[in-house]
Design a protein around this ligand. Structure first.
Ligand SMILES: Cc1ncc(COP(=O)(O)O)c(C=O)c1O
Length: 394
């Protein structure tokens, strides 16, 4: 009997759940307590970032870092660029906060931002903000993106929700821009059931995110920041407990989830190794198919993305053999009803090809060589390789 091959399997083990239940039964405080602070400290150290803020999802992490930049007054215009190949909650906060948002096409190697299109968009629209996505763990061409963004004065945010553990030029993805976001949803590299994180080296941004995460109050801020606010607004210590300085949210997670996060963090390097090994097996076994390539080293692959001519047939065939697969994330955001309703269609040839032909195969820490080989064999039984059409740029 072969076992089902799922897209993801839990990283939380039975002993970790036992530890968690013992810890809960010991009467520890389950939210707004020490475990969250420790998880944040450990995560920031692992990332090589100065600060980390734990939130309840990767989507919340995106929302928080975007809104914090706006609230801090860092953005000189309300114009932003987001990738066409991304995720709904990479783009939707920009729309919700009223940014004039332009989508950038993907390139044909990394499926990250197409540099020519990025530069053209910067030139024409003069955005103040770029949020990029490291698609399925592959690094964007960050050197060139930084050059373009410096030239046009654009702040870079990295949605690294699919790239936890990948590095570019010796630094973790998520630590190259002004801030980076991560997801700890069940299907990601590590799980806190639901959860997310923002990392940044920017102290002002960090402080305002601490407030925005919790209603816009000052309680979680560094003492000198709290005192500055109370004295500026003439608020006494009692009144301060319920004084709201910013139009905040509640994006907090819980301490029991942070405790899970701390145990997952210890395994993250080994998870990266397993995901890289599986990616290499796929690449070697599927040489006739499109393969994403980037300068991520190590590559903490999220899943194996490729292009096929007969996607529905491949999907049905894999499903019949108990192997899961998915479209290559969103395909093209501009083809989704929420975007079309607000903005109408856009010309994005490479993202269109990903939309019509893209598929991803499972990669997770529990897949061994035989699981990957079986997936490759089953895939090859029906899949017909295809490249980016000539009409697509690149
Ligand atoms: C690129 C990207 N950004 C954001 C998210 C959202 O993360 P979450 O599901 O934790 O909200 C995802 C989820 O898969 C994602 O792939």
């Amino acid at each position: 009997m072969t076992r089902p091959i799922y897209l993801a399997e839990d990283t939380i083990t039975q002993p970790e759940l036992t530890d968690l239940s013992d810890w809960m039964l010991a009467g520890n405080r389950l939210t707004k307590s020490e475990e969250t602070l420790r998880f944040e400290e450990e995560f920031a150290a692992w990332m090589g970032s100065r600060h980390a803020i734990y939130v309840n999802s990767g989507s919340s992490a995106n929302l928080l870092m975007i809104y914090a930049l706006k609230e801090l007054g860092r953005l000189k215009t309300m114009r932003a660029i987001a990738p066409a190949v991304s995720w709904v909650t990479t783009v939707s906060p920009l729309m919700q906060f009223g940014f004039d948002t332009k989508l950038c096409d993907c390139d044909q190697d990394t499926l990250g931002l197409d540099l020519e299109h990025l530069e053209a968009l910067c030139k024409e629209h003069r955005p103040s903000l770029l949020i990029l996505v490291h698609v399925l763990g592959h690094a964007n061409n960050l050197t060139e993106i930084r050059r373009i963004c410096d030239k046009y004065g654009v702040i870079i945010l990295e949605d690294s929700c699919e790239a936890l553990g990948s590095e570019y030029q010796g630094a973790k993805l998520g630590s190259h821009g002004t801030a980076g976001s991560f997801s700890f949803y069940y299907g990601h590299h590590i799980s806190t059931i639901e959860g997310g994180m923002v990392v940044t080296d920017d102290y002002d941004l960090y402080q305002i995110m601490l407030s925005l995460r919790s209603h816009g109050w000052s309680r979680d801020l560094a003492p000198e920041r709290r005192e500055a606010l109370t004295s500026e607004h003439s608020v006494d210590a009692f009144r301060n407990l319920y004084t709201f300085y910013y139009a905040g949210f509640n994006l907090r997670s819980t301490d029991l989830q942070a405790r899970l996060g701390r145990s997952q963090l210890k395994k993250l390097d080994a998870i990266t190794v397993a995901r890289q090994r599986n990616f290499d097996l796929y690449r070697d076994g599927l040489r006739e198919f499109f393969v994403q390539s980037s300068k991520a080293e190590p590559l903490s692959s999220f899943a194996y993305g490729t292009l096929v001519e007969n996607r529905l047939e491949v999907f049905e065939h894999l499903k019949a053999q108990d192997i899961e697969c998915r479209p290559l994330i969103c395909g093209n955001i501009a083809r989704h009803p929420f975007w079309l309703a607000a903005n109408g269609p856009a010309v994005l040839p490479n993202a269109d090809a990903v939309h019509d032909l893209g598929i991803y195969l499972p990669n997770h820490h529990n897949l061994d060589t035989e699981d990957v080989q079986r997936t490759i064999r089953t895939f090859q039984e029906v899949a017909r390789p295809v490249s980016f059409p000539d009409t697509a740029g690149g």
